[in-house]
Design a protein around this ligand. Structure first.
Ligand code: WQD
Length: 349
């Protein structure tokens, strides 16, 4: 019998960590591109109300399973239940760089057990496609800029970063061994920004580690002063350069990656892509642009360098443009404006 609801869907996608920052924006884009989404999340660093916000934006509430995927029994139950999915996007991971240095076992255990349990279930239940949320941190401190995917990966400074590199190697071996399955690793540069509705955004646990949430919390009066970690780097103003990318652009790249996996047009069973804008901005550029866009002053002082920080990281975005048909479109001003809008709405300012 003709089933209208089914015919309109482009099939089911499992999004692990779908209540988190990048995950929730990706769920929105997937729904708006007519995929059926099921979110697996243990809510350890995210909130369940995000699912209602996703519904407000898209008029569709994704299916939800509260599950700790680092536990193989729990993972097996939910993957078995949703074995009709064609793709898995794996965001579920701990991500605080400094904490990972202090608690390496926690990070390796959570991030790698979650990955291994997921690909084991993928194989068992024959879910063909896998997308992994990786990071530019796998390049370490690069000698050549912009960074292309051909650059040799290096041991990362932190267990967090190293868990991403090890995960990529596990996925490459998986792809080599099982020819029926296809995998894409997406290496994010520095995701910032929020959905234009202001309904979803980054929700850091405690004091933020990353620059933008720290800046917005300073502007909101939650934090007193921003420390700029070092002004003696060899850049135009002495502060490090990063490739900041809008989280909505990033989310759209995941839809393109699912489409590529489903299309059967992959050159290799395992592919990696940089997701960045290709442009670099310094820490002081970010502060100045924030002040210009929001008309708020940021109280900051120059502090010593932060351990593990590198001078400059920015992507060559060519491979994603050529093979994924994706490029970042949103400006730095838009990234900062939406981050601030989200912070204001969240705090009722
Ligand atoms: C950006 C710049 C700091 C905070 C990290 C991870 C990476 C990815 C994104 C996340 C740097 C400076 C920051 C502050 C500052 N993973 N800064 N004062 O270090 O490029 O990347 O986050 O899940 O894997 O390594 O991002 O936002 O921390 O820092 O001066 O209070 O801002 O020194 O130059 P980073 P960041």
């Amino acid at each position: 019998m003709f089933n209208q609801e089914y015919s309109m869907s482009r099939g089911k996608v499992i999004v692990t960590g779908g209540c988190g920052y990048i995950g929730s924006h990706t769920v929105v884009e997937l729904i708006q591109n007519e995929f059926e989404v099921v979110v697996f999340d243990d809510l350890s660093n995210s909130k369940e109300f995000i699912l209602d916000r996703i519904e407000e934006i898209t008029s569709v509430k994704p299916l939800f399973e509260k599950v700790d995927l680092s536990n193989p029994i729990e993972a097996d139950i939910v993957y078995k239940k949703h074995a009709d999915a064609h793709s898995i996007i794996n965001f579920a991971a701990f991500k605080a760089v400094g904490e990972s240095v202090r608690k390496p076992i926690l990070y390796y255990k959570n991030n790698l057990y979650t990955l291994i349990n997921s690909i084991e279930a993928q194989k068992k239940y024959n879910i063909k496609n896998f997308i992994f949320s990786s990071s530019a941190t796998v390049y370490g401190s690069p000698d050549i800029l912009p960074i292309t995917e051909k650059l040799q990966t290096k041991r990362a400074f932190s267990p967090y970063g190293n868990s991403k590199r090890i995960a990529e190697e596990i996925l490459e071996d998986f792809a080599k061994a099982y020819s029926d399955f296809k995998t894409i690793s997406l290496r994010y540069f520095n995701p910032i920004g929020a959905h234009e509705s202001g309904l979803i955004g980054e929700l850091p646990n405690g004091i933020p580690n990353n620059l933008l949430p720290y800046v917005t919390q300073c502007a909101a009066g939650v934090l007193k002063e921003l420390q700029v970690f070092g002004d003696d780097y060899d850049t135009k103003d002495g502060t490090p350069i990063r490739d900041y990318i809008h989280v909505v652009d990033l989310a759209k790249a995941h839809v393109k990656a699912v489409e590529r996996l489903v299309s059967g047009n992959m050159k290799d069973k395992y592919e990696v892509y940089n997701l960045g804008t290709g442009k670099g901005f310094t820490v002081l550029d970010i502060i100045k642009t924030f002040e210009k866009v929001t008309k708020r002053k940021i109280n900051y002082k120059i502090a010593p360098r932060r351990e593990g920080d590198v001078l400059a990281l920015y992507a060559s975005a060519e491979k994603a443009k050529n093979s994924l048909d994706w490029e970042a479109k949103l400006s730095l001003e838009n990234m900062i404006e939406t981050s601030w809008n989200w912070e204001k709405l969240y705090r009722g300012i």
